[in-house]
Design a protein around this ligand. Structure first.
Ligand SMILES: [Zn+2]
Ligand SMILES: [Zn+2]
Length: 160
């Protein structure tokens, strides 16, 4: 599993203060959910947060996710054909592998370098700060299934 250092509640409070965000219970609950469930989608985060704080509206959680993303405390990723997902591993420009069949996402470190894949051969004058790479394929579970029943190759579009 990913190497996630999950801060304590006071650690989350400090993260919020360092980002000049007011410490609120919904923000703490969303941070806890994202740290505990890397690459969770919005619905999953809403379920987790409302399990803790049942009086928080969906819209409030959307707003918190946006604020945390804008502040750089969480990273939003959205592979083509997938809903937005969130993770706490920010700042290292890592990439993702996505299963074409079930939509499972895993982290993929870059092969080399400190700020990998940031060196464009021609930056067209842009100040580039991020490169996004998605490796598409089949996860081990789906690869096993498809090799067992290779006759029927119709992809199921099950997205959790
Ligand atoms: Zn899969
Ligand atoms: Zn990731």
């Amino acid at each position: 599993m990913p190497t996630s250092r999950t801060p304590s509640t006071s650690g989350f409070e400090q993260l919020l203060r360092e980002a000049a965000l007011r410490v609120t219970r919904p923000r703490l609950a969303v941070l806890t959910a994202v740290y505990g469930h890397p690459h969770a989608d919005t619905d999953a985060i809403i379920d987790l947060v409302r399990g803790e704080l049942s009086d928080v509206s969906r819209q409030a959680i959307y707003d918190v996710l946006r604020a945390l993303t804008n502040a750089g405390l969480v990273r939003r990723i959205q592979p083509a054909g997938s809903v937005a997902r969130y993770e706490s591993r920010v700042g290292d420009n890592h990439h993702h592998v996505v299963c074409r069949t079930c939509g499972t996402i895993a982290d993929a470190d870059c092969a080399v370098g400190e700020t990998p894949c940031l060196t464009a051969s021609d930056d067209h004058g842009f100040a580039i700060d991020e490169a996004e790479v998605i490796y598409w394929g089949l996860c081990p579970d789906c690869a096993t299934i498809s090799s067992r029943s290779s006759a029927s190759s119709a992809p199921s579009s099950a997205v959790s």
